[in-house]
Write a protein that binds this ligand. Structure first.
Ligand SMILES: [Zn+2]
Ligand SMILES: [Zn+2]
Length: 346
């Protein structure tokens, strides 16, 4: 398929340039996570073509077993080995798994896009740009390091037995992501609409047709907010909301699961996959209320996003509906949804 716009010229992966590869190129190549590798062929659809849907249950089946792996290891060490993990050891366990989860997600999204094509399919999709490959790599490494690090520093207690607040966690995952989106919505909207703030967001908008590796590709100030400050605000909100006696207090392990769902929606939202797929973090509630986000919503934000835009939420469209900033969907409309279910490669 054709590569995207000139700023996002992506030729580094071509075989005849192998002798020039640096660490970042080898990283993407060896982990097999280049979202648009050389000779990547995808079906091209008109905007009016039917599109398959993804069952929300299939998304939970993909996310949950993977998200629970470090927790299961942690429980094994604690309950059977009698080991209370030192915070540094816990950080190592969770940060490694955060990265592996991201690698598996990038590979899965590429496999799905190869089957169903991209939204706005007649326009080329941007790759990992030649001129910014190091920056893209650093954004992925920073996110997958600093988010678990912050969770360990703020919420981890080695003396506390590892446990997830079941069944409260089902509500917490949805609430966390709506709370996160509240802060993200306002700061994101401000960066678009307040003239002197646009410079902090313009790099993220250089791509009009993003891929999931560009999810955290942004100016440094935006990276700090995306990676740490917005999740921190959501965490503090959840601590306040769960401080009552009748419910379980939001703990490190709850936060971990919330972060896995957050990452899933963030990367899928930048994948451009031509699929009717909703964010699974509300366990079906937001889709029933018509407030959920689908892949096309953030894709449209990139395509139409400049100083004045819409679809500012990244985890839902709750706040876009409240503040009247939704962008009408073009391809993910009920009349174009096929009865065919798109399987998610496990
Ligand atoms: Zn984006
Ligand atoms: Zn934006």
């Amino acid at each position: 398929m054709k590569k995207g716009n000139a700023t996002f010229r992506s030729t580094w992966h071509d075989e005849d340039r192998k002798s020039q590869w640096g660490i970042a190129s080898w990283f993407f190549h060896l982990l097999n996570i280049d979202p648009i590798p050389p000779n990547f062929e995808v079906p091209v659809h008109a905007k009016t073509d039917k599109m398959p849907y993804v069952s929300e249950m299939d998304l939970h089946r993909w996310i949950l077993p993977r998200a629970l792996v470090p927790f299961a290891i942690h429980c094994g060490l604690y309950y059977y080995g009698g080991i209370q993990l030192h915070p540094l050891a816990a950080f190592a366990l969770y940060t490694v798994w955060f990265k592996l989860f991201g690698v598996m997600l990038l590979q899965m999204l590429r496999a799905v896009s190869q089957q169903c094509g991209f939204l706005d399919g007649t326009h080329p999709r941007d790759g990992v740009p030649d001129q910014s490959i190091n920056k893209v790599l650093m954004s992925l490494i920073s996110t997958s390091t600093y988010r678990p690090m912050m969770a360990i520093m703020l919420a981890y207690d080695r003396n506390q037995a590892p446990h997830i607040s079941f069944p409260w966690i089902l509500a917490y995952i949805g609430l966390y992501n709506v709370a996160l989106d509240f802060y993200f919505f306002h700061y994101h909207k401000a960066m678009h609409e307040v003239p002197w703030l646009w410079k902090f967001h313009s790099t993220h908008h250089k791509t009009k047709h993003p891929n999931p590796a560009l999810t955290l590709f942004a100016d440094e100030v935006q990276e700090v907010f995306d990676i740490a400050i917005i999740p921190l605000c959501a965490y503090l909100t959840m601590r306040a909301l769960t401080s009552f006696d009748f419910c379980a207090s939001f703990n490190f392990y709850d936060w971990w699961l919330c972060q896995m769902y957050q990452m899933f929606t963030e990367l899928a939202g930048h994948s451009g996959c031509r699929l009717y797929a909703t964010s699974p973090s509300s366990f079906g509630l937001l889709p029933k209320l018509g407030l959920d986000i689908v892949i096309e919503d953030h894709d449209l934000h990139h395509r139409q996003g400049y100083r004045k835009s819409g679809n500012y939420g990244k985890q839902s469209r709750v706040w876009d509906h409240v503040f009247g900033t939704t962008i009408p969907r073009e391809e993910c409309i009920p009349s174009q949804m096929e009865t065919k279910k798109q399987p998610i490669p496990w």
